[in-house]
Design a protein around this ligand. Structure first.
Ligand SMILES: [Zn+2]
Length: 525
């Protein structure tokens, strides 16, 4: 079977009770990097992000500001929308759960599941975590508290509507077993499977309107509104025009959901069973990442530690910030965030290794050949080794990216950067330049260097769009990098003899490593 050529990626819709923090920025940058990569690889792509605007916490946050929930949601949602361009996020749509279209989709799915007999009215009593906005089971608690919110859940008892999730438990277990990449990385798949060893309860999907009116009314009972998860998760369908839009037919079920590990259960268990009940094919991948630890604590709005991603990207440059996030975190595992580590990577990987490579290569083309690329002569052993390495890196880059191994894809790219630097040192163009008989050899060494830089610019452009473009321009390549990469990334020899390089400013000015320490207090609030 040939692989589908469509790629649909989603971030969670972010809750509007606080402005965006580092965790939001990371997930959204991952979505953007994937979208740009698949676009270069020739796929039709769709990238959805947005805001989740209903529920108790929004009502509370609005009341604290003496605003209506809608006015409050508008304000925070606008903040998210206005900030993403500052991280160069190329989402196709920004969805809000207060959009009229979304309300209609939620109601149509509720009605369909209700008509099927999988939604019933009943009474429920249990431990409810306000932070998680769901009933939690005893074995999720640590010392009687929700581990994510460090709070004891409230005991609640009320009449509500329930989704007969338990009916789909066996189906889900079999689906996860039959599709090893359905939830990835593996640790989260195992976590979902182990929580499915317990009998799966039914899911409370409503709130009485008298207690919470800020929600989507149930189509079959006007006294109730939809419980947040049954509202929020459905955004992934609304986002591509469910049920009838051609977009929906093109992109569903090719959905890649990106989430942090705290919402594994709703996405890995509620969501596929909801889809199955509604007669909709499940998404292809749920991709789960870990937390950013800051000074030993969890990156969490409930614990109040916030690093401002927009301030950081302003201080160090959006590309350096994106590179750091993608290089430092192994997707699926927790990672440590520190500003000094960011400065370290900026100086070593970006300014020294890559930036210097480009500037010294272009300086030599200017000095020895007046800025014009010369025709290379027949390759020698070292030249072939370099070319083979470059082409091999493109292949492994592609497979690493598809497996969410972003740090590996970048490590592989930087091995090539290192190889080109070593090649220059060993070939010593400055010595070749002294000998008129070595003119062809000099042309060959510089050609191979530029050709590797062209390939490197294509590899890094999903991560660092501005830098990739700058490199492309400085190398004197024609057209836009994004149109050219697709067909040329895996080919050798696309730099043309006669093309004229355009030297520019250094890609990444070095930063003073002590500078970050002084700013720590203002960055970590
Ligand atoms: Zn909780």
């Amino acid at each position: 079977m040939s692989e589908p050529r469509t790629f649909y990626v989603t971030t969670p819709i972010y809750y509007v009770n606080a402005p965006p923090h580092l965790g939001h920025a990371y997930t959204t940058v991952v979505g953007d990097v994937l979208t740009r990569f698949y676009r270069l690889a020739g796929y039709d792509t769709f990238f959805l992000t947005g805001t989740d605007e209903h529920g108790d916490k929004v009502v509370q946050a609005a009341a604290e500001r003496q605003m209506s929930p809608k006015a409050y949601a508008d304000e925070i949602s606008n903040l998210f929308q206005s900030l993403w361009p500052r991280l160069n996020i190329s989402n196709n749509r920004f969805i809000r759960t207060t959009d009229e279209e979304h309300k209609r989709v939620v109601q149509s799915i509720l009605q369909a599941v209700y008509d099927k007999g999988d939604i019933y009215f009943g009474e429920y009593a249990g431990h409810y975590c306000v932070g998680c906005e769901r009933f939690v089971t005893e074995n999720e608690l640590v010392d009687g508290k929700c581990p994510d919110h460090q709070k004891e859940p409230e005991f609640r008892k009320e009449k509500n509507y329930f989704f007969a999730m338990s009916k789909y438990q066996q189906w889900l277990v079999e689906h996860i077993r039959a599709n090893p990449d359905f939830i990835r990385p593996e640790r989260y798949r195992n976590k979902a499977l182990s929580s499915l060893e317990e009998p799966l309860g039914d899911l409370c999907i409503s709130r009485p309107k008298k207690r919470l009116s800020w929600g989507i009314p149930l189509p079959f009972d006007a006294d109730y509104v939809t419980y947040v998860w049954f509202d929020a998760l459905i955004n992934y369908l609304t986002g591509v025009g469910y049920p009838s839009d051609s977009m929906y037919r093109a992109f569903w079920p090719e959905a890649n959901h990106l989430i942090a590990k705290d919402i594994l259960i709703p996405h890995g268990i509620y969501w596929p069973t909801m889809l199955q009940a509604a007669g909709i094919k499940p998404f292809v991948h749920l991709n789960v990442h870990g937390y950013w630890n800051i000074e030993g604590g969890k990156m969490s709005k409930s614990q109040g530690m916030i690093v401002d991603p927009f301030e950081l990207s302003e201080t160090y440059g959006v590309d350096a910030f994106r590179y750091f996030l993608m290089r430092e975190m192994v997707f699926g595992l927790d990672a440590n965030f520190s500003e000094s580590a960011l400065v370290g990577r900026l100086n070593s990987d970006l300014a020294n290794d890559l930036g210097n490579l480009l500037s010294r290569s272009l300086a030599m083309v200017t000095k020895y050949f007046k800025g014009t690329v010369r025709q290379p002569a027949d390759p020698g052993k070292e030249d072939e080794k370099l070319r083979d390495h470059a082409l091999k890196v493109v292949d492994s880059f592609e497979s690493d990216m598809k497996a969410l191994g972003f740090h590996k894809a970048l490590m592989g790219t930087w091995e090539l950067v290192g190889h080109v630097n070593k090649y220059i040192d060993e070939m010593a163009p400055w010595s070749l330049a002294k000998d008129p008989d070595q003119k062809d050899r000099l042309a060959t060494v510089l050609y191979n260097t530029l050709e590797c830089l062209r390939i490197i610019s294509c590899l890094i452009v999903p991560f660092m769009p501005q830098t990739g473009e700058k490199m492309w321009t400085q190398l004197g390549m024609d057209g836009s990098i994004c149109d050219q990469c697709v067909k040329d990334m895996k080919a050798w020899g696309r730099v043309r003899a006669g093309q004229i390089i355009q030297r520019g400013a250094p890609l990444f000015p070095r930063r003073d490593p002590t500078e970050s320490d002084g700013q720590k207090d203002s960055q970590t609030r």
